[in-house]
Design a binder for this molecule. Structure first.
Ligand code: PAF
Length: 300
């Protein structure tokens, strides 16, 4: 079936319900994105399509999660190419609303507050970012909620897909859904990497060839920690930090090992005693003009 583009919440609801009925379906997968899609998004879409009867993807560049108007303006808008990519993955519906559709009264007065979890790491260098992101995710999850009963008369299963690459966003979305009782299952999809290890990101297109080469130190440093964790060795985080700092084109912001749910540092667990348990190594750095983030789950 050909992919369909809708631009209003009412159309999304009606089309979602129609498709579920037509397919005799009982599950709807929803993938929120800001477009400029790459193979990482293709993996999100493919995962959703494989697990659900109907899959909808939203494409919306959310103004209230950008601190900087220049960043918002230069965010790539590539709807035609995005539609082709999603069509190839078997997505049924694309929801690409206007800013007026999502924020009919202008800036929302009431927003989701991300709290202390949203103020650390990425939140520290992008104040207000996670409040804006969670607010739009809340709205998008409501728009996507399947209307009416599934084909078998029960409630349709509703699943939303987020990339592990944005680990802090994922942790916050999980908390929002749990704390505010959203009727949706959140599914995390592992980070997709280029062959050389660089985590895929819409921002990679702004890296020069030299900067891209330099950026590989991020994933190398994360892999080093992963290897040490798997070998039950001490993580020796300072030596991995030293590796990143030795790359002159990379300006390190943070590099730490944290609890995957609270994002609090696991300081005593990552120096000179063998690593045990579960952790998440997170890193952020500026490479030339581009801020990059990456992470790797550690399980020992
Ligand atoms: O991760 C993103 O692309 C965005 O933050 C999201 C979840 C689509 C909200 O605008």
């Amino acid at each position: 079936m050909a992919i369909k583009l809708v631009t209003t919440a009412a159309e999304l609801r009606a089309e979602g319900a129609r498709l579920l009925k037509e397919e005799g379906g009982s599950s709807l997968g929803f993938v929120p994105t800001m477009g400029a899609l790459h193979s990482g998004h293709a993996t999100l879409a493919r995962t959703a399509v494989a697990a659900n009867d109907v899959t909808a993807v939203s494409i919306f560049v959310n103004p209230i999660q950008f601190g900087d108007a220049v960043d918002l303006d230069r965010y790539p808008r590539t709807l035609e190419a995005d539609m082709a990519l999603l069509d190839a993955e078997g997505v049924d519906l694309v929801f690409a609303p206007s800013v007026e559709e999502v924020y009919p009264d202008g800036q929302p007065l009431v927003r989701v507050t991300s709290g202390p979890l949203g103020e650390k790491w990425e939140g520290a260098s992008r104040p207000g970012h996670f409040d804006g992101a969670l607010t739009v995710v809340a709205k998008l999850l409501h728009y996507g909620l399947p209307a009416g009963p599934a084909a078998d008369g029960g409630a349709a299963a509703y699943r939303a897909y987020f990339g592990q690459k944005d680990a802090q966003q994922l942790a916050l979305v999980r908390r929002m859904v749990a704390d505010l009782n959203f009727p949706v299952e959140i599914v995390a999809v592992p980070t997709v990497r280029a062959d050389d290890g660089l985590a895929l990101s819409s921002r990679n297109r702004f890296l020069s060839a030299e900067e891209r080469e330099a950026a590989l130190v991020l994933s190398r440093a994360l892999r080093l920690l992963e290897q040490r964790a798997n070998a039950h060795e001490p993580l020796d985080l300072p030596s991995a930090v030293g590796l990143v700092r030795s790359q002159p084109l990379v300006e390190l912001d943070y590099f730490d090992v944290v609890d995957p749910r609270t994002l609090d540092p696991l300081a005593e667990n990552c120096q000179d005693t063998p690593f045990r348990g579960e952790g998440l190594a997170i890193i952020a750095a500026k490479v030339g003009p581009v801020r990059l983030i990456d992470n790797i789950p550690l399980d020992s």
